[in-house]
Design a protein around this ligand. Structure first.
Ligand code: PRP
Length: 183
């Protein structure tokens, strides 16, 4: 048996960028006075956040936090590991969590709970993608770029075993196994 894979573009770059602009406009309208503190869930959300930041156009305070629920494969391991939050202090503040994708909902649920426990006034979520059919934990998502079916996607910041994050489109990664020598 030999493993092979193929890529299929799900969302092209201009479609994604147009939607990011719309999300930034909604966020800007919802926070007319005091900007929230932005928390980027790395690594996956970095590219989405970079484009969001460009359009938000305010002198927002940004931090990064690492949260991992996937191993090197394409399925969630079920446990969420949250890294150091550095000098981020959320007490009394509105938090905007920026994610690339919400799948089971565990990562966002864990981060929201963490920041609310630290005294955040509110925690809102901006995610480029959401897979509602995969949800294990019910989470409220205030700003969703696209709802997508249960397919493994890479590109625009998302990886497969650390690769393909730099792709400008959101691409479905399809892995198939074929017998060696099969036509
Ligand atoms: C992905 C994604 C979210 C999480 C979503 O991160 O960036 O943080 O999984 O899954 P969930 O809703 O089931 O919790 P990943 O662990 O792949 O790390 P990465 O961002 O560094 O690629």
């Amino acid at each position: 048996m030999t493993a092979s894979h193929s890529f299929r573009v799900l969302l092209d770059n201009s479609t994604v960028l147009r939607r990011v602009r719309e999300l930034a406009a909604s966020i800007g309208r919802d926070f007319p006075a005091e900007s929230p503190v932005g928390v980027i869930v790395i690594d996956g959300a970095r590219m989405f956040a970079r484009h969001l930041q460009r359009h938000l156009g305010k002198a927002m305070e940004w931090h990064e936090i690492r949260a991992s629920s996937y191993g090197t494969g394409t399925t969630s391991s079920g446990s969420v590991q949250v890294g150091s939050q550095g000098d981020l202090c959320v007490a009394g503040r509105s938090v905007l969590l920026v994610e690339d994708i919400v799948d089971t909902g565990r990562t966002i649920a864990a981060l929201r709970e963490r920041f609310l426990a630290q005294g955040a006034k509110e925690v809102r979520v901006a995610t480029l993608l959401s897979k509602p059919s995969r949800r294990v934990v019910e989470v409220e998502l205030e700003y969703v770029g696209f709802e997508i079916p249960d397919e493994f996607v890479i590109g625009f910041g998302m990886d497969y075993a650390g690769r393909y994050r730099e792709l400008e489109e959101v691409v479905v990664y399809e892995e198939s196994r074929a017998a060696a020598g099969e036509a």
